[in-house]
Design a protein around this ligand. Structure first.
Ligand code: AMP
Length: 254
């Protein structure tokens, strides 16, 4: 069986950017800030590409729900090797209140429409840290899920999935169709090469609206306040171990 894979590619504020809270304290500053593909989605895309290279997958489709600029993220996915992309366009105002439940409903619809065998998402998006979309998508589709995946192998007609759990590693057998969410150690994503970036410009990118999937994206929660974490106090340099011990004693730490 050759799999049809759908990969979620969320556009998020780049991991290296120092995020700033907006003056109204209802969100963070996004204008003029560098954005990139969610790092766990790069890992998800890499895994899909490796399956394609091993001839386990026939087609890899990248999907991003978000504003116009999400197309840049999709072009990166296409440059990594995805065959085509779907941009589900969400107006910036609606995007502010878009939640994993909404995205899951859209992904589940696409999975059925595109006859997908495997949905591969990141374990979490690094902007809102929700860690919900994979689980909800599996629930809506009534498909099995392998979350926090650090290794995946196709064995006969199922997947053997190694999961990172609190107590160590767990291996589960997952039947197909299924939803997987990528953890950090699954692989090291490739960089898009210049020739592939050029090629990606010509690959198909379909633009859809939420209405095309009949999903209601009205907000189900309201952000009351966003705050910076408390600032850490500056450290002190000491000349010697004796000084250090004295300072610790003075501070009542030992
Ligand atoms: P979350 O549940 O928000 O932490 O997101 C988990 C994963 O779901 C991400 O790593 C993406 O693969 C996928 N996902 C979430 N939001 C979107 C989006 N707007 N567009 C595409 N994929 C998304």
């Amino acid at each position: 069986m050759s799999l049809r894979i759908l990969v979620g590619c969320k556009r998020v504020i780049d991991y290296a950017v120092k995020v700033r809270v907006k003056p109204d304290k209802l969100g963070v500053v996004t204008d003029g800030v560098k954005h990139s593909m969610n790092p766990f989605d790069e890992i998800a895309m890499e895994e899909a590409m490796r399956m394609k290279e091993k001839k386990l997958a026939s087609e890899v489709i990248a999907v991003s729900c978000g504003p116009q600029q999400s197309q840049e993220t999709l072009r990166t996915a296409l440059a990594m090797g995805a065959d085509r992309a779907i941009h589900v366009k969400i107006e910036p105002k609606d995007y502010e209140t878009l939640q994993p439940f909404h995205v899951s409903k859209i992904l589940a619809k696409i999975a059925v429409e595109e006859k997908i065998d495997l949905v591969v998402l990141g374990k979490q998006a690094i902007d809102d840290d929700c860690n919900q979309t994979g689980q909800m998508t599996a629930g809506l589709l009534d498909w099995p899920q392998g979350t926090f995946v650090s290794k995946v192998e196709k064995v006969n007609n199922h997947l053997s999935v190694l999961r990172e759990i609190d107590g160590g590693l767990e291996t589960v057998k997952v039947s197909i169709p299924a939803v997987l969410t990528a953890d950090l150690r699954l692989n090291e994503p490739r960089y898009a090469t210049l020739p592939n970036i050029m090629k990606a410009k010509k690959k198909p990118l379909a633009v859809k609206s939420v209405a095309d999937y009949g999903v209601d994206i009205s907000p189900r929660q309201e952000v009351l306040s966003v705050e910076d974490p408390p600032t850490r106090e500056a450290g002190q340099k000491v000349e010697s171990v004796d000084d250090l011990v004295q300072k610790l004693k003075d501070g009542g730490f030992v």
